[in-house]
Design a protein. Structure first.
Length: 170
């Protein structure tokens, strides 16, 4: 019985630590996303009104972004976070985040946003090749990002050299 209790205890610790690590990783992604806005430049027509970030699907990243939005702005724009479950709900936005579970929709999203100034941020290996401008990756236990200047410029987004230097260029 003691062995069973130890196994259950160890199992619970693993679950708690893995959930804590996942939550920490979502905080890093949210902070990265906010900081990307300092090095990306949208067309003049997109620098008024609210700064809209859309999160597709179920992920705690939306909650982390809402915490940032309560305290920060992008330039003079108030940050508004929209969490959507399907592309039918997609509003006009500056950034859309596509979690790993929704990566199969990247081509559809890219086509739907072809004429808009929207940064597509994904979280899946190969997302840059599918059209994402920025893609989160983990390397050696560190949260990093891939970036495609070409994909961003296709959406009329200018990217600063500093951001290109910080990311893994694709």
């Amino acid at each position: 019985m003691k062995i069973l209790n130890r196994v259950i205890f160890i199992g619970l610790l693993i679950v708690i630590f893995s959930q804590n690590a996942l939550a920490q990783n979502e905080k890093f992604k949210a902070l990265f996303m906010y900081n990307f806005t300092k090095y990306l430049e949208w067309p003049e027509s997109e620098r008024q009104g609210n700064f809209v970030i859309v999160v597709l699907g179920e992920t705690s990243l939306a909650d982390e972004l809402k915490i940032i939005a309560e305290k920060k702005k992008v330039g003079f724009q108030t940050i508004v976070i929209h969490k959507i479950s399907s592309l039918d709900q997609l509003p006009k936005c500056h950034i859309i985040y596509i979690p790993d579970s929704k990566t199969s929709l990247i081509n559809e999203i890219k086509n739907k946003l072809a004429s808009s100034s929207t940064v597509i941020i994904a979280d899946n290996p190969g997302a840059i090749a599918k059209g994402a401008g920025i893609n989160y990756v983990v390397s050696s236990g560190k949260q990093l990002f891939e970036i495609s200047k070409t994909n961003l410029e296709q959406h009329s987004i200018k990217v600063g050299a500093d951001l290109l230097a910080l990311g893994i260029q694709k």
